[in-house]
Design a protein around this ligand. Structure first.
Ligand SMILES: [Zn+2]
Ligand SMILES: [Zn+2]
Length: 1195
């Protein structure tokens, strides 16, 4: 050592002190963190340590001996907690030491959130530890091997003897000295004299730098659209072929037989064109279309366009609905007739407007997009000194200073149903210039309603009533000739739905055009099952003894976990992007959270791109897009999307609506969205470009039962004949939406006082076979009961709605307060998201990791009063998962009805109840969960419960049924949960128009009513999570359902279901009993909407419960059922269900409802349904799900 050059002598001395002090310190105080600041204190001023010294030491030692880098303080925090334990009595628990990260910070005196750490991680210590503890705990939670000092604590190194410690220190010193000598040996004496070795070493030493957090959106903006924008505008894009894309997916080692099958969704289809009758078409319009789109009306129109335009213009048929594919040129169908009429009007020399039009879109963004397109066309029309056609937007954002001008001059208004209700109808005659609205409405010739399928459920009912009111006012102005044109995705009963939503009188004829003439490249569906992982026994493939063969085989099949759908999806995405040039991909996620998790996964895979193909992909090529992002950020992402600057978009179904992204090649859907209709809308997004050579739709199945079902029955995924029924007509006829009707009648009476007989035609829809069910005319009843008759016999608005009834009626679910998420990283202080109040308890509690563009932000402060949360970027490798439960309890009984089993002459003694229902969600804590889904830490929080009141109905389970269930060792909770699901699954047959029952949907990214829930039930969670709280959380044995919308008055859906509950129970029982599965499948008791992943499910127990309601002999029924415990369920050791002690208190005006006799018609319908079911079942005879796969996704 004495021979060393001075620089190296100093280095060795530094190392010697470091080694001695640090080793002693770490072995004696397990909570010490070897930060740079701690280490610097080892040295006296003359030895002054510099950060670069440690870097040199690291460079000199063998690779991997030393850790020297910045670590997020939040990551360090985890070092101080014991691993999470679980036992049945107390639930999850964890011991935490008092030392906190604050001590570390105080010691450091450094304001940075990232801490510079130096630590030895050489193998020697490890081996000593291993010999000391021969058997390590088997389930040792891995906490990132990067942080070696963590292991020091777990291995209890402080128990080392002094001699052992001295041994470690000495040997390390030796090793370091050897390293120095080896280094010096490479150089000549001259070089050593000239200090070359040290200079050389310094160039190898890497000084760690803290990670700089860049905002993803700012980064996107400032990035000089370099590599990514190769395809933008200049050159025509070379579209990839289906073969190229499939080849990329089949590459090993990525490909492990994940493709279950491929199906042709659409064969390639050539364009079919037809000519139209040009006699009535204005020549200017022909010129305009030719110069803008090179469309020659004589020969270039697709057959469906020609058919629709002829119907509207030449044949003068009144109303047209078009249900062809997305991007089949539907907008021309309404643009041409409207512009045509206006052009002829102008030519004829008439003054003012004679053909006005309302273009109605469900969202403002869509209206903007369409307005741009129409304006482009108008700009191409030759002017010839004639007046220009004026189009404008009239919605909630229109400044009041502009409104008057728009009312007086616009020929075409782009608007939404909300503005028709709140502005146009409300003020049709009350403004000082009311003549302008009158004029517009008098000349109103066309009502265009695009994206008709969006107007479903109660929203659809609202819109239908708004349109009926519009018609009533136009009629009163003498305008009885309005034509409606509508475009929609394929839905069941589209004509009826069209008539109801647009308020078209039942007597008027409608033309339905559905044969698509537009060309289409081949679209192929790929069904993708994530590959199996190893199970605890080391098996990676199921030994083929699957449950498909025998229904009597109750033995459990060996459980093989599979890669999570999210992780798999990220890999598919990168595999495609890095192997196929010019490819553009969109990924649809069911909910916001999945969207962010996927983005996070993608970001981490981007760091190891070399494992994928040769094409370079960077962070700015892939963006997440969903509800919640701030408006300005969304505009930026949208612009990049439209310009083609992004290679992939990861979106929620907020993007499902219209907005055109022309050049997509692949659509990937992560897990089954809530409706098949939605799924096909998503699939339809790719391959729409003119030169497309074909597209792929990839369905990646998750581990939930519904996805599993479709993996086994891929033909069902392709089948378009089984779309969900969205028609709202029966909803109105059924009288279940009386409160909505009343609200609109109050508005209508304010617009023009109601004449009860004459106005009936606007509000009573005499159609459909459901009529016999509804004898009473709910319209007249509401008018008589809830409006005030004046002395001339007209009905007027109830005073409590005055002075402005329109402001008291909102046609969408009430817009909630929003909370701002403020990013404080680098003192930015910028709002990055706006979150609805109902979501706050699930995402922005203090301590939560909030994901934004897949990047982790720590919630530092949540301020409920100020309605904001402050967040900061962190660099941690876990996410938080809230621990919550929702209790749904009836508060007050308003209606009682004895259940009347269908084949008994008299009602049974079991009642059904209807009334006020309260749901109470409590977030009691959260887990820190790593990528593998392992729990790192369990935190408790103390948040106030989130309470929502609504209307609903419930059925108390007789204790005899509970006894029968427990006697068979079945799970009552599983039975209740399964019975509730089964009933929800049957609803669409009885309650058409909005029986979407997905409770998660309200937390989804949808900004309109797309995919929102209408009816909700209480899902049972695996009890272990709540074990600690068992004493306080015993749930009554009860089936309960409640309205998702409509606030405290409910939306009417549950009232409608309550009315028909006898029949629904009967049909549900039969469906479940007839289902050939043993423990439950999506055809009977499992459901994609389940908040708890169908984990607690007992089909046999559900059968007993349903049988009890139907008055059957439950002992007899039970005899034919398998005994528990259920093999598809986690074992439950604490019972959470108890018999209902006492009925819910009665309202003062509680009513007993007489049981409705079963009309014959319905019984026949039942039979039909049953037959249909049998048919379905025969096709699926061999299908049975391996229910053991029903496992909660580890997210
Ligand atoms: Zn089943
Ligand atoms: Zn459920």
């Amino acid at each position: 050592m004495d021979k060393l050059p001075p620089e190296f002598k100093r280095l060795f001395r530094l190392f010697y002190i470091l080694n001695t002090r640090l080793t002693f310190l770490l072995t004696h105080s397990s909570s010490t963190i070897p930060s740079y600041d701690v280490i610097a204190k080892f040295y006296l001023p003359q030895d002054d340590l510099h950060p670069v010294d440690l870097a040199i030491i690291k460079a000199l030692l063998p690779e991997g001996d030393v850790f020297y880098d910045y670590v997020d303080e939040n990551q360090l925090h985890l070092l101080f907690v014991e691993k999470v334990d679980f036992n049945w009595k107390t639930g999850y628990h964890q011991h935490k030491e008092s030392e906190s990260i604050d001590d570390l910070k105080n010691g450091g005196g450094n304001n940075s959130d990232q801490i510079l750490i130096f630590d030895f991680r050489d193998a020697r210590i490890n081996s000593i530890a291993s010999t000391m503890f021969k058997r390590r705990k088997p389930n040792n939670v891995g906490r990132g091997d990067d942080l070696f000092f963590l292991l020091l604590k777990e291995l209890k190194l402080q128990n080392l003897t002094t001699k052992q410690i001295q041994g470690i220190i000495a040997s390390r010193n030796d090793k370091f000295l050897k390293c120095i000598n080896t280094w010096l040996d490479q150089y000549s004496d001259d070089e050593v004299a000239n200090n070359i070795p040290m200079d050389k070493l310094k160039t190898l030493a890497v000084l760690p730098v803290p990670q700089v957090f860049v905002d993803p959106i700012e980064n996107l903006v400032t990035s000089t659209s370099s590599s990514s924008s190769s395809s933008s505008s200049t050159d025509a894009k070379q579209y990839p072929t289906i073969d190229m894309m499939l080849k990329a997916l089949h590459q090993k080692p990525f490909y492990k037989d994940q493709i279950v099958t491929t199906k042709v969704l659409n064969p390639p289809r050539a364009a079919k064109t037809n000519t139209i009758n040009l006699e009535f078409i204005h020549p200017d319009l022909q010129l305009g279309l030719d110069s803008l789109k090179k469309i020659d009306l004589e020969k270039d129109l697709y057959t469906h366009q020609a058919q629709a335009i002829d119907a509207l213009i030449s044949e003068n048929l009144k109303h047209v609905i078009v249900t062809t594919s997305t991007s089949s040129g539907k907008s021309l169908i309404y643009q041409i007739p409207v512009l045509n009429d206006i052009l002829w009007d102008i030519d004829s020399g008439l003054k003012g407007r004679h053909s006005t039009a309302l273009f109605i879109f469900p969202t403002k963004a869509l209206a903007q997009d369409q307005k741009r397109h129409l304006q482009d066309l108008i700009d191409k029309l030759p002017l010839n000194n004639k007046r220009k056609i004026i189009i404008d937007t009239y919605d909630g954002d229109t400044p009041s200073s502009l409104r008057r001008g728009i009312r007086s001059h616009a020929d075409i208004l782009f608007t939404n149903p909300d503005s028709i209700h709140a502005s146009i109808l409300a003020h049709h005659d009350t403004l000082d210039d009311h003549s302008s609205w009158e004029h517009f409405l008098k000349s109103l010739k066309y009502v265009i309603m695009d994206e008709l399928h969006v107007y479903k459920g109660t929203f659809g009912v609202h819109v239908g009533l708004v349109m009926s009111r519009l018609r009533r006012i136009c009629d009163s102005l003498g305008n009885v000739d309005i034509q409606c044109i509508s475009c929609s995705a394929t839905i069941n009963d589209s004509v009826e739905h069209f008539k109801t939503v647009c308020g078209i009188p039942p007597t008027e004829a409608v033309v339905h055009i559905f044969e698509d003439g537009s060309p289409c490249s081949e679209r192929r569906l790929v069904i993708w099952r994530p590959p199996p992982l190893m199970n605890k026994l080391g098996k990676t493939a199921a030994t083929e003894q699957s449950a498909t063969t025998s229904t009597n085989n109750y033995t459990a099949s060996p459980f093989i976990p599979r890669e999570s759908a999210t992780t798999e999806l990220a890999k598919i995405l990168l595999q495609l992007l890095t192997n196929v040039p010019n490819i553009k991909v969109i990924v649809f996620c069911t909910i916001r959270k999945i969207c962010e998790l996927l983005m996070k996964e993608v970001k981490s895979l981007l760091k190891e791109q070399n494992k994928f193909g040769p094409i370079k992909v960077d962070n700015n090529d892939i963006m997440a897009y969903r509800g919640g992002y701030s408006k300005s950020d969304r505009r930026i992402i949208e612009r990049k999307m439209f310009n083609g600057d992004l290679k992939a978009i990861i979106a929620t179904n907020a993007l499902e609506l219209g907005i055109d992204l022309a050049d997509l090649d692949v659509v990937i859907t992560s897990q089954f969205p809530f409706l098949k209709l939605n799924l096909h809308q998503q699939f339809g997004r790719a391959g729409r470009a003119k030169d497309s050579k074909g597209s792929l739709a990839i369905f990646v199945g998750g581990s939930n039962a519904t996805d599993q079902h479709y993996m086994t029955n891929p033909d069902e995924l392709v089948d378009r004949s089984t779309y969900e029924d969205l028609c709202v007509t029966s909803l109105i006829n059924g009288g279940s939406t009386d409160s909505i009707m009343e609200a609109h009648l109050q508005c209508a009476a304010y617009e023009i006082p109601l004449n009860i007989m004459e106005d009936m035609k606007y509000f009573v829809r005499e159609t459909s076979d459901h009529d016999d069910l509804i004898k009473e005319n709910n319209y007249s009843q509401i008018v008589l009961k809830n409006l005030i008759k004046d002395n001339k016999g007209y009905y007027r608005t109830l005073p409590k709605y005055l002075p402005d009834p329109h402001t008291k009626v909102t046609i969408r679910a009430v817009e909630e307060d929003t909370y701002a998420v403020v990013d404080l990283t680098n003192n930015r202080n910028i709002v990055i998201e706006e979150i609805e109040a109902s979501r706050t308890s699930f995402s922005i509690y203090k301590g939560a990791i909030f994901l934004h563009q897949g990047l982790p932000y720590l919630v530092e402060e949540f301020n409920a009063e100020g309605k904001y949360a402050k967040v900061k970027r962190v660099d941690v490798d876990w996410i938080t998962q809230q621990r919550d439960f929702t209790d749904v309890d009836p508060q007050e009984t308003q209606l009682i009805k004895p259940l009347h089993p269908i084949d008994l002459p008299l009602p049974s003694d079991i009642p059904a109840y209807f009334g006020l229902v309260r749901s109470r969600t409590i977030v009691f804590g959260y887990f820190k969960v790593n990528r593998r889904g392992e729990i790192l830490e369990a935190e408790e929080v103390n948040n106030p419960p989130f309470i929502v009141d609504s209307k609903g109905f419930w059925l108390d389970i007789p204790s005899s049924a509970l006894d029968a269930i427990t006697k068979k060792s079945l799970s009552p909770a599983g039975g209740i949960h399964a019975a509730q699901h089964a009933l929800m699954n049957m609803l669409p047959i009885f309650v058409s128009g909005g029986a979407t029952t997905n409770p998660n949907a309200k937390f989804s990214g949808a900004t309109s009513s797309v995919g929102e829930a209408e009816l909700i039930t209480e899902c049972k969670a695996p009890e272990k999570e709540f074990a600690k709280r068992q004493t306080t959380r015993i749930r009554p044995a009860r089936l309960i359902f409640y309205d998702a919308k409509g606030g405290i008055d409910g939306s009417g859906i549950s009232a409608n279901v309550f009315k028909q509950i006898d029949h629904i129970l009967y049909a549900t029982y039969n469906r479940v009993v007839d289902c050939e599965c043993v423990w439950g499948c999506p055809l009977c008791v499992c459901a994609s909407f389940c908040k708890e992943s169908n984990a607690v499910m007992s089909k046999p127990a559900a059968i007993i419960i349903l049988a009890a309601f139907l008055g059957l002999d439950i002992l007899l029924v039970a005899e034919g059922l398998p005994d528990g415990p259920e093999e598809n369920m986690p074992s439950i050791e604490v019972e959470t269900v108890a018999p209902v002690a006492a009925p819910i208190k009665f309202a003062t005006d509680v009513q007993i409802v007489q049981t409705r006799r079963i009309p014959n018609e319905v019984q026949i319908k039942q039979e039909d349904e049953k037959e249909d079911d049998n048919e379905v079942k025969q096709e699926e005879e061999d299908v049975e799900l391996d229910t053991s796969i029903i496992k909660k996704e580890t997210i």
